[in-house]
Write a protein that binds this ligand. Structure first.
Ligand code: ADP
Ligand code: MG
Length: 310
């Protein structure tokens, strides 16, 4: 079967109708729609399924909180101010609904987002479909196609911790900073708004793996992202726990840390230093792609729901 991204492209993106008020449709962290003269509304939806997005033995309130936060991270990537959520809850029984409601409520309160609707159904598997929305000034969204030649590449947050935490959880680990990073997602909403206000035009949240998500920026913007592995924050801490090789692998390919990967002209360096780590630069090129330590990246290994399906 084709990769997840090829499936989305051929089955959904190419056939989608285009509404005249849509600024940006399928293909970015969220879609953008005109809202009056001066603002735009930003919308994203994310499915989370027990046994796929979280191990079955993660408590359901924690899983639901995590699912909401993962969805909110897409708004952070656009630089939107989060406002509303609509959540479809699929639950195996009444206890599962209660537990998921508790996690949803906790996340909504933490980020001051209104639960504006949803749907509830009995299902053979616990799952959530989280639709989130927010708004921003017209034309100011940070997009995957906004990187420019000679921009520098910055990372807000670190990568690899959630992948390490998931492995520890699967081996019975129940505490520590890596398990915490996997269980508790922190959508960088405030940072996203700040990056947009500083004037950044390009950002993505790292949900599938740093190199894979860097590839999305490279292809959408039509240039090369040159990354420097020695600049990746978090690798020293990962290396202490699992050795240097595994640490780098997790930092480059591990998903679900929801760091923000962005690009910016050098004129913005001073404003970015307190918020992010510089990990590379962008260069114009005939063929878009990602380079790591001077070598082209050909294997992404990021998470793909359909890569190995029959
Ligand atoms: P993210 O990881 O940022 O949530 P995804 O990798 O899940 O983004 O999706 C990539 C793009 O494809 C997004 O713009 C998303 O809205 C779109 N997409 C994914 N699945 C579907 C679908 N079933 N119908 C329409 N668009 C989809
Ligand atoms: Mg995203």
């Amino acid at each position: 079967m084709d990769s997840e991204f090829a499936i989305i492209d051929s089955l959904f993106r190419r056939t989608a109708l285009h509404h005249p008020d849509t600024t940006l449709g399928i293909g970015d962290d969220a879609s953008i729609h005109r809202l009056g003269e001066n603002r735009e509304i930003v919308v994203s939806t994310d499915v989370s399924v027990a046994g796929v997005h979280w191990p079955d033995d993660v408590p359901l309130d924690v899983a639901a909180d995590r699912a909401v936060c993962a969805a909110l991270s897409d708004l952070a990537a656009m630089g939107a101010e989060a406002a509303w959520a609509w959540i479809g809850v699929q639950a195996t029984d009444a206890a599962a609904i209660s537990a998921m409601a508790k996690g949803i409520d906790a996340a909504m309160r933490r980020f001051r987002v209104e639960l504006a609707g949803g749907d509830t159904a009995r299902s053979p598997v616990n799952a959530l479909n989280v639709c989130v929305s927010g708004s921003l000034p017209r034309g100011s969204a940070m997009r995957r196609d906004g990187a420019r030649d000679r921009d520098e590449v910055w990372l807000c947050g670190r990568t690899g911790f959630a992948a390490m935490g998931l492995r520890q959880w699967q081996k019975g680990g129940r505490a520590g900073e890596f398990v915490d990073a996997f269980l508790h997602v922190h959508p960088r909403l405030d940072v996203g708004v700040r990056l947009r206000q500083i004037g950044l035009r390009c950002c993505i949240d790292v949900s599938d793996g740093l190199l894979q998500d860097a590839g999305h920026i490279a292809h959408a913007s039509g240039l090369c992202l040159q990354l420097d592995s020695s600049a990746l924050p978090g690798v020293p801490a990962l290396a202490e726990a699992s050795g240097p090789e595994k640490a780098l692998d997790d930092a480059l390919h591990g998903g679900e840390d929801y760091a923000l990967l962005c690009t910016a002209p050098v004129t913005l360096n001073a404003k970015l230093v307190p918020l992010a780590q510089r990990i590379g630069s962008c260069t114009a090129s005939e063929s878009a792609g990602v380079w790591l330590d001077g070598q082209p990246v050909t294997s992404f290994k990021g998470y793909d729901h359909f890569a190995s399906a029959g």
